[in-house]
Design a protein around this ligand. Structure first.
Ligand SMILES: [Zn+2]
Ligand SMILES: [Zn+2]
Length: 198
């Protein structure tokens, strides 16, 4: 037996990625390194009952709160995710297209530099590696591009997955009726605001 208030909130991850290539869309909380992601899966997500996993998206202006939690067979290690993120086209696409269910996987989001990638890898400036200076200077060769250093992001997904069938999009006026979202806002927003009022 556990009450929701005992569950600790976890926000030490980078953000959330969305993928669209399978039957269901995939939601991917992103970590800065592989070990952290693997540990989180092993200690927490692994023990979640699939049918009890809930994802809530609560929009507040240009941002949204990503909130995810579940009942666990191993309550000691249970944690719920939350993160306040800027709305993005990927988020909007997920919102429109998820169809009521999604796969959950964890992933890593890492920076890669010129030495780490193939010639056709795309820089964050939009141009490929071959279009950047060789040797020490990394500058982009396109004259109208002010990129000075080749840099790109790579996302890797852990193989394990779970299926989530309880997904809701809410606005802040609706969260009172939702236990998970309400807990999250109470602890991570309203309590903090009260403290800072004093
Ligand atoms: Zn570049
Ligand atoms: Zn460029």
């Amino acid at each position: 037996m556990s009450s929701d208030s005992e569950v600790s909130w976890f926000d030490d991850f980078l953000g959330v990625g969305y993928r669209y290539y399978e039957i269901r869309m995939t939601v991917v909380p992103l970590f800065s390194d592989l070990k952290k992601a693997q540990n989180f899966w092993r200690e927490t997500v692994h023990w979640w009952n699939d049918h009890s996993i809930k994802i809530r998206f609560v929009e507040t202006g240009d941002a949204y709160w990503f909130i995810m939690g579940a009942e666990s067979k191993h309550t000691k290690n249970n944690r719920s995710f939350f993160k306040v993120l800027p709305k993005s086209p990927h988020y909007e696409r997920f919102k429109k297209g998820h169809g009521g269910s999604a796969y959950l996987r964890l992933g890593t989001h890492t920076k890669k530099f010129k030495g780490d990638v193939k010639d056709d890898a795309k820089c964050n400036c939009g141009h490929i590696k071959e279009d950047h200076e060789e040797e020490e200077d990394d500058s982009c060769l396109f004259e109208d591009c002010d990129c000075k250093k080749f840099e790109t992001f790579q996302i890797n997904l852990l193989k394990k997955k779970k299926t989530v069938t309880d997904i809701k999009f809410l606005d802040e006026t609706e969260i009172k009726d939702d236990v998970l979202a309400w807990n999250c806002f109470s602890i991570n927003k309203y309590n903090k605001e009260r403290k800072s009022d004093k």
